[in-house]
Ligand binder design. Structure first.
Ligand SMILES: [Fe+2]
Ligand SMILES: [Fe+2]
Length: 194
Protein backbone atom coordinates (compact mmCIF):
# COMPACT_ATOMS: atom_id res chain seq x y z
CA UNK A 1 0.00 0.00 0.00
CA UNK A 2 1.08 3.55 -0.48
CA UNK A 3 -0.56 6.77 0.53
CA UNK A 4 0.91 9.60 -1.53
CA UNK A 5 -0.80 12.27 0.51
CA UNK A 6 -0.71 12.90 4.25
CA UNK A 7 -3.85 12.16 6.23
CA UNK A 8 -4.18 15.87 7.04
CA UNK A 9 -3.96 16.77 3.35
CA UNK A 10 -6.63 14.18 2.52
CA UNK A 11 -8.88 15.66 5.18
CA UNK A 12 -8.40 19.16 3.84
CA UNK A 13 -9.15 18.10 0.26
CA UNK A 14 -12.23 16.18 1.35
CA UNK A 15 -13.53 19.06 3.48
CA UNK A 16 -13.59 21.24 0.37
CA UNK A 17 -15.51 18.61 -1.55
CA UNK A 18 -18.27 17.45 0.81
CA UNK A 19 -20.98 19.37 2.58
CA UNK A 20 -20.15 19.89 6.28
CA UNK A 21 -22.51 17.20 7.59
CA UNK A 22 -21.10 14.62 5.16
CA UNK A 23 -17.57 15.61 6.10
CA UNK A 24 -18.38 15.16 9.81
CA UNK A 25 -19.91 11.77 8.98
CA UNK A 26 -16.68 10.83 7.17
CA UNK A 27 -14.56 11.77 10.19
CA UNK A 28 -16.92 9.72 12.36
CA UNK A 29 -16.56 6.69 10.10
CA UNK A 30 -12.75 7.10 10.05
CA UNK A 31 -12.48 7.16 13.84
CA UNK A 32 -15.02 4.36 14.35
CA UNK A 33 -13.23 2.23 11.75
CA UNK A 34 -9.90 2.81 13.52
CA UNK A 35 -11.37 1.69 16.85
CA UNK A 36 -12.83 -1.45 15.25
CA UNK A 37 -9.55 -2.15 13.43
CA UNK A 38 -7.71 -2.01 16.72
CA UNK A 39 -10.23 -4.33 18.34
CA UNK A 40 -9.98 -6.90 15.55
CA UNK A 41 -6.26 -6.61 14.81
CA UNK A 42 -6.67 -4.99 11.40
CA UNK A 43 -4.35 -2.25 10.05
CA UNK A 44 -5.60 0.96 11.67
CA UNK A 45 -4.15 3.29 9.06
CA UNK A 46 -5.91 1.50 6.21
CA UNK A 47 -9.15 1.54 8.21
CA UNK A 48 -8.85 5.25 8.98
CA UNK A 49 -8.08 6.19 5.37
CA UNK A 50 -10.83 3.99 3.92
CA UNK A 51 -13.27 5.38 6.50
CA UNK A 52 -12.34 8.97 5.78
CA UNK A 53 -12.61 8.60 2.01
CA UNK A 54 -15.51 6.13 1.72
CA UNK A 55 -18.03 8.81 0.67
CA UNK A 56 -15.62 10.89 -1.43
CA UNK A 57 -17.88 10.53 -4.49
CA UNK A 58 -21.07 11.26 -2.60
CA UNK A 59 -21.39 14.84 -3.78
CA UNK A 60 -22.24 13.93 -7.38
CA UNK A 61 -25.84 14.55 -8.22
CA UNK A 62 -27.84 11.41 -8.95
CA UNK A 63 -28.13 12.38 -12.60
CA UNK A 64 -24.33 12.60 -12.93
CA UNK A 65 -23.56 9.31 -11.19
CA UNK A 66 -24.23 7.15 -14.26
CA UNK A 67 -21.97 9.21 -16.50
CA UNK A 68 -19.21 9.27 -13.87
CA UNK A 69 -19.45 5.48 -13.52
CA UNK A 70 -19.45 4.89 -17.27
CA UNK A 71 -16.49 7.21 -17.75
CA UNK A 72 -14.53 4.93 -15.41
CA UNK A 73 -15.84 1.74 -17.07
CA UNK A 74 -17.61 0.70 -13.89
CA UNK A 75 -20.19 -2.00 -14.62
CA UNK A 76 -23.69 -0.71 -13.92
CA UNK A 77 -26.30 -3.35 -13.06
CA UNK A 78 -30.04 -2.88 -13.18
CA UNK A 79 -30.23 -2.15 -9.46
CA UNK A 80 -27.61 0.60 -9.77
CA UNK A 81 -29.36 1.97 -12.84
CA UNK A 82 -32.57 2.26 -10.83
CA UNK A 83 -30.76 3.69 -7.79
CA UNK A 84 -27.75 5.62 -9.13
CA UNK A 85 -26.84 6.83 -5.64
CA UNK A 86 -25.40 3.36 -5.03
CA UNK A 87 -22.73 4.15 -7.61
CA UNK A 88 -21.00 6.59 -5.25
CA UNK A 89 -19.31 3.60 -3.61
CA UNK A 90 -17.73 2.34 -6.84
CA UNK A 91 -16.83 5.81 -8.11
CA UNK A 92 -15.36 6.63 -4.68
CA UNK A 93 -13.21 3.50 -4.84
CA UNK A 94 -11.70 4.78 -8.09
CA UNK A 95 -11.30 8.31 -6.82
CA UNK A 96 -9.03 7.38 -3.93
CA UNK A 97 -6.34 6.80 -6.51
CA UNK A 98 -7.36 9.64 -8.83
CA UNK A 99 -7.50 12.34 -6.17
CA UNK A 100 -5.90 11.13 -2.95
CA UNK A 101 -3.00 9.15 -4.44
CA UNK A 102 -3.97 6.10 -2.44
CA UNK A 103 -2.58 3.03 -4.18
CA UNK A 104 -4.07 0.29 -2.04
CA UNK A 105 -6.30 -2.47 -3.39
CA UNK A 106 -7.69 -3.31 0.06
CA UNK A 107 -8.77 0.28 0.73
CA UNK A 108 -10.25 0.49 -2.77
CA UNK A 109 -12.24 -2.70 -2.24
CA UNK A 110 -13.53 -1.64 1.19
CA UNK A 111 -14.83 1.60 -0.30
CA UNK A 112 -16.29 -0.25 -3.30
CA UNK A 113 -18.27 -2.50 -0.95
CA UNK A 114 -19.22 0.02 1.72
CA UNK A 115 -22.84 0.46 0.67
CA UNK A 116 -24.20 -2.90 -0.48
CA UNK A 117 -21.52 -5.27 0.85
CA UNK A 118 -20.58 -8.34 -1.18
CA UNK A 119 -19.56 -11.99 -1.03
CA UNK A 120 -16.21 -12.77 0.57
CA UNK A 121 -15.87 -9.50 2.45
CA UNK A 122 -12.48 -9.05 4.12
CA UNK A 123 -12.15 -7.90 7.71
CA UNK A 124 -11.40 -4.39 6.43
CA UNK A 125 -14.49 -4.47 4.17
CA UNK A 126 -16.63 -5.48 7.14
CA UNK A 127 -15.17 -2.83 9.41
CA UNK A 128 -15.79 0.01 6.95
CA UNK A 129 -19.27 -1.27 6.16
CA UNK A 130 -20.15 -1.44 9.84
CA UNK A 131 -18.45 1.81 10.86
CA UNK A 132 -20.61 3.56 8.25
CA UNK A 133 -23.68 2.22 10.06
CA UNK A 134 -22.74 3.15 13.62
CA UNK A 135 -20.47 6.24 13.52
CA UNK A 136 -21.45 8.69 16.29
CA UNK A 137 -23.57 10.89 13.98
CA UNK A 138 -25.92 8.03 13.06
CA UNK A 139 -29.32 8.08 14.69
CA UNK A 140 -31.98 5.49 13.86
CA UNK A 141 -33.93 2.88 15.80
CA UNK A 142 -31.60 0.00 16.58
CA UNK A 143 -28.30 1.86 16.25
CA UNK A 144 -27.51 1.51 19.96
CA UNK A 145 -27.86 -2.27 19.77
CA UNK A 146 -25.44 -2.32 16.84
CA UNK A 147 -23.00 -0.11 18.78
CA UNK A 148 -23.14 -2.55 21.64
CA UNK A 149 -22.37 -5.43 19.28
CA UNK A 150 -19.37 -3.46 18.05
CA UNK A 151 -18.00 -3.58 21.59
CA UNK A 152 -18.86 -7.19 22.40
CA UNK A 153 -19.68 -9.41 19.45
CA UNK A 154 -17.46 -11.07 16.85
CA UNK A 155 -16.93 -9.17 13.62
CA UNK A 156 -19.10 -11.63 11.69
CA UNK A 157 -21.93 -11.50 14.22
CA UNK A 158 -22.07 -7.74 14.23
CA UNK A 159 -21.97 -7.48 10.44
CA UNK A 160 -24.67 -10.16 10.17
CA UNK A 161 -26.89 -8.16 12.53
CA UNK A 162 -26.12 -4.99 10.57
CA UNK A 163 -26.94 -6.61 7.22
CA UNK A 164 -30.23 -7.94 8.59
CA UNK A 165 -31.09 -4.50 9.93
CA UNK A 166 -30.14 -2.86 6.66
CA UNK A 167 -32.24 -5.30 4.60
CA UNK A 168 -35.25 -4.78 6.91
CA UNK A 169 -34.83 -1.03 6.54
CA UNK A 170 -34.62 -1.15 2.74
CA UNK A 171 -37.65 -3.47 2.54
CA UNK A 172 -39.65 -1.18 4.84
CA UNK A 173 -38.96 1.68 2.47
CA UNK A 174 -40.06 -0.45 -0.47
CA UNK A 175 -36.70 -0.19 -2.22
CA UNK A 176 -34.79 -2.79 -4.22
CA UNK A 177 -32.39 -5.04 -2.32
CA UNK A 178 -28.99 -5.21 -3.96
CA UNK A 179 -28.06 -8.88 -4.62
CA UNK A 180 -24.60 -8.29 -3.10
CA UNK A 181 -26.23 -7.51 0.26
CA UNK A 182 -28.09 -10.81 0.13
CA UNK A 183 -24.88 -12.65 -0.83
CA UNK A 184 -23.02 -11.08 2.08
CA UNK A 185 -25.74 -11.96 4.59
CA UNK A 186 -26.28 -15.50 3.28
CA UNK A 187 -22.58 -16.18 3.42
CA UNK A 188 -22.31 -15.14 7.08
CA UNK A 189 -25.45 -17.02 8.00
CA UNK A 190 -24.33 -20.21 6.23
CA UNK A 191 -20.95 -19.99 7.97
CA UNK A 192 -22.76 -19.85 11.31
CA UNK A 193 -24.93 -22.87 10.46
CA UNK A 194 -21.98 -25.11 9.64
FE1 LIG B 1 -21.71 5.94 1.27
FE1 LIG C 1 -21.18 6.93 4.56
Amino acid sequence: MSFGMSYEAMKEELAGRLKPSRFRHSLGVAETAAVLAKRFGVDEEQARVAGLLHDCAREYRNEDMLAEAERREIPVGEVERAMPLLLHAYIGAKRVREIYQVDDAAVEQAIWRHTVGGAGMTELDKIIWFADMIEPGRDYPGVEELRQLAREASLDDMVLAGLSQSIRFVVAKGHLIHPDTVLARNELLLKKMR
